[in-house]
Write a protein that binds this ligand. Structure first.
Ligand code: CU
Length: 466
C-alpha cells in the first residue's frame, strides 16, 4: 500500500495533507451537496440498470493453465455492463474477497462519490460487506471497471462497461468487445508479491526494440480471458462490418494489436468519436480503449496483441470461412505496418479553444532502482482547480520509463483526440486541457498498476468558490 492510500482523505484531514493554509478555500469533498446537484443536472433517461457483482476468490481456467485468482462472479473478464447513455447504473458490489476492495468506473464523467477510490471518495469495502454504486452514465463510449485498491487490478477483477449511443447510426453488423490482459496471478506468484519484490530488489526495464516495455514478466497474455494456445473464436460472415471495442486491462503491458489480412478504421479513442482513420495496427497502453471498424474478408484470421518490449502475445481468431487455425505465436505482417499516432486522430467534437485559467505541471518522477514513483516527487500532491476553469495539465516525464496517465471523472483534449488516458514516453511532455465541470476530488495517476501503487498518483481537487 502506498503512503498515499493510507491517508484519510475524507473529512478535514484532506486539508492537512494538502498543505492548505487558512487563506486557501476548502475543497469540494465527495459528500458535498454540489456533487449531488451536479448529478441531478445531468438529467438522464430515468431508466435503471441494476446488477450485482460478487468479488470472489476461486479457480479460473485460462484455456489450459488453471489459476487461483480473484474475479467478479467467477468469470474472466467479468460480465459486461451495457446501458444506454443517460441510464442510471445501480451496481451492488458484494465483497467475498479476503481483502478490502472498491470499484472504479474507468472513463465516464460520473458523480465523484461513486468513483470508487478509497479513502478519497469512499471508505474501502471490507471483506463480507457490500456497497451499491448508483450513478448516471452520461456519455456513450467504451469504458471498463476494476478495483482502485492496491494491486488488485493485476488479478482478474475487471470487466467492460459499454454505454451505447441512442443516436448511433449502427453502421455495422456485429460488435465484439476485446479485452487484453497481462497475467501472472496464481502462476506461483501474485501481484502483492511482485510489488514487494520490485521494491526490495528494484525493477528491470524490459524494452527490447520498443520504447514501451514493462517492469514485470507476465507469463501469459490474454484476450477475453484465454491464453494464446486456446484462443477464443469470433465467428462472422465475409463482407460483414464489425465494430471492435478494444480495452487494455493489463497492469504493466502495452499491446500492439493487428488483425491479419485487414486494415482497421479507428472511430473512437477512450470512447470519444474521432474522424475515422485507417491503420494496420494500434498500440494500446494500460487503461486505453480504441473502437475500430473492420470489413471482414473470407477465411480465418488471427487477431494478435503483441506485448510491447516483452515476449508473448494475446491471440483470438476471426473466422468467416474455411481455413486452418493460426499457430499461437503467429505474427501478422500488419503488426509491422502503420501504427496510428495521437497526432493523426482528431476528435469530431473537440474542446473549443480557450486560454487556460490554470496550468498544472505534473512532473513524473522516480525510477526503477528504488522503485519509488511520484508526481512532482511525491505520492500525495494536490492540484487545485475551480468549477468553470479551463485547466491545462502538462505531464513532464523525467523518468526512463513510459507512463499511461489517467484522469478520473473527465475527458481531456490532447493535440487531436479526446481521451482519459494518455501515454507519456520517457523524456516527453504531453499537454492536455479540459473544462472543470465535475466537482469533487479526482485521482490523476499512472495506469501501470505497480507505478501507481508505488506512488505515481495525485489528486485534482476542486475548491469551493466563495
Ligand atoms: Cu507509470
Amino acid at each position: 500500500m502506498s503512503p498515499f492510500t493510507r491517508r484519510a482523505f475524507l473529512g478535514a484531514t484532506v486539508l492537512g495533507i494538502a498543505g492548505c493554509t487558512a487563506a486557501e478555500n476548502p475543497l469540494v469533498l465527495p459528500t458535498d451537496p454540489l456533487v449531488e446537484r451536479t448529478e441531478t443536472a445531468r438529467g438522464g433517461t430515468g431508466r435503471t440498470r441494476a446488477v450485482t457483482l460478487t468479488a470472489t476468490e476461486g479457480q479460473i481456467d485460462l484455456g489450459g493453465p488453471v489459476v487461483r485468482t480473484w474475479t467478479y462472479d467467477g468469470v474472466l473478464p467479468g460480465r459486461e455492463i451495457r446501458v444506454g447513455a443517460g441510464d442510471l447504473i445501480e451496481a451492488r458490489l458484494v465483497n467475498r474477497l479476503p481483502a478490502d476492495t472498491s470499484v472504479h468506473w474507468h472513463g465516464p464523467a460520473l458523480r465523484n462519490d461513486m468513483d470508487g477510490v478509497p479513502p478519497l471518495t469512499q471508505a474501502a469495502i471490507r471483506p463480507g460487506a457490500d456497497f451499491t454504486y448508483r450513478f448516471i452514465a452520461p456519455t456513450p463510449g467504451t469504458y471498463w471497471f476494476h478495483p482502485h485498491t492496491g494491486t488488485q487490478l493485476d488479478r482478474g477483477l475487471y470487466a467492460p462497461l459499454i454505454v451505447e449511443d441512442p443516436a448511433e447510426p449502427g453502421a455495422y453488423d456485429a460488435e465484439w468487445v476485446v479485452v487484453l490482459d497481462d497475467w501472472l496471478d496464481g502462476t506461483g506468484t501474485d501481484p502483492d508479491q511482485v510489488l514487494a519484490g520490485l521494491r526490495k530488489r528494484g525493477g528491470h526495464m524490459m524494452h527490447g526494440a520498443s520504447a514501451l516495455g514493462g517492469d514485470v514478466a507476465h507469463p501469459h497474455h490474454l484476450i477475453n480471458g484465454r491464453v494464446a494456445s486456446a484462443p477464443l473464436t469470433f465467428a462472422a460472415k465475409p463482407g460483414q462490418r464489425v465494430r471492435m471495442r478494444l480495452i487494455n486491462a493489463g497492469a504493466d503491458t502495452a499491446y500492439r494489436v493487428a488483425l491479419a489480412g485487414h486494415r482497421m478504421t479507428v472511430t473512437h479513442t477512450d470512447g470519444v468519436p474521432v474522424v475515422p482513420v485507417d491503420t494496420d495496427a494500434l498500440v494500446i497502453g494500460m487503461g486505453e480503449r480504441y473502437d475500430v471498424l473492420v470489413t471482414l474478408a473470407d477465411g480465418v484470421f488471427p487477431l494478435v496483441a503483441v506485448a510491447e518490449g516483452k515476449s508473448g502475445a494475446g491471440l483470438a481468431v476471426v473466422r468467416t470461412g474455411a481455413g486452418t487455425a493460426p499457430v499461437p505465436d503467429v505474427r501478422p505482417a500488419e503488426l509491422r505496418g502503420k501504427v496510428v499516432g495521437y497526432d493523426e486522430l482528431k476528435a469530431t467534437t473537440p474542446l473549443p479553444s480557450r486560454k487556460p485559467d490554470v496550468v498544472h505541471r505534473l512532473e513524473l518522477t522516480g525510477g526503477m532502482m528504488s522503485y519509488e514513483w511520484g508526481i512532482n516527487g511525491r505520492s500525495d500532491g494536490l492540484q487545485r482547480v475551480r468549477s468553470g476553469q479551463r485547466v491545462r495539465l502538462e505531464f513532464v516525464n523525467t523518468t526512463m520509463m513510459w507512463h499511461p496517465m489517467h484522469l478520473h471523472g473527465h475527458t481531456f483534449q490532447l493535440n487531436g483526440p479526446r481521451k482519459d488516458t494518455a501515454v507519456v514516453l520517457p523524456g516527453q511532455t504531453v499537454a492536455c486541457e479540459f473544462d472543470a465541470d465535475n466537482p469533487g476530488q479526482w485521482m490523476v495517476h499512472c495506469h501501470n498498476a505497480y507505478h501507481a501503487e508505488a506512488g505515481m498518483m495525485a489528486v485534482l481537487g476542486y475548491e469551493e468558490q466563495r
